[in-house]
Design a protein around this ligand. Structure first.
Ligand SMILES: [Zn+2]
Length: 169
């Protein structure tokens, strides 16, 4: 027995030398069982997921899309189990590349996942991506309309400033 810090959690409770503490051992067993369950789940299929959040389909005009991508990658990992290329090949992707995608296959990883979960993940990501890009374009268009109103003499400089402030807000 030893009281060296556990490699899993750092606990200094007495545990077997060279092994993790009981709590960590239980957690690892639980994780293995969960993975085994998912692997044996006949409803899962092989699909290409992403290994890194920054490899998720690009969201244009969104400088801080890190949190969104981080969240979707966490969901992918929570709903799937890693698979090896030996289990088979697939062209099915959880996340559909955006039309402007430069290298859509970057950081591809093979996973087992239920088709309905993959579908929900992919569709929701795509909806978020499009909503952000549309919001940007709408804002852009509103700004342009306002400028042309000013240039055409349809509104005064004061009115322009007032409306531009409201667009920013
Ligand atoms: Zn531990």
């Amino acid at each position: 027995m030893s009281k060296q810090p556990c490699h899993g959690c750092g606990s200094t409770d007495e545990h077997w030398t060279g092994q993790v503490c009981d709590e960590c051992a239980t957690a690892i067993r639980g994780y293995k069982e969960l993975m085994a369950q998912r692997i044996s789940d006949k409803a899962t299929v092989l699909m290409k997921g992403k290994e890194r959040e920054y490899a998720l389909p690009h969201i244009q005009h969104c400088k801080d899309d890190k949190l969104i991508k981080h969240g979707f990658l966490a969901l992918q990992n929570a709903l799937s189990v890693p698979a090896t290329w030996r289990e088979g090949l697939t062209d099915q992707r959880i996340f559909k590349p955006s039309p402007t995608e430069y290298r859509p296959s970057d950081w591809d990883t093979l996973v087992r996942i239920r088709p309905e979960h993959a579908h929900a993940l992919g569709e929701t990501y795509e909806a978020v991506r499009q909503a952000i890009e549309r919001a940007y374009k709408d804002g852009h268009q509103a700004g342009r309309d306002l400028l042309s109103q000013l240039a055409g003499g349809h509104i005064t400089a004061d009115e322009y400033n007032d409306k531009a402030l409201r667009l920013e807000g």
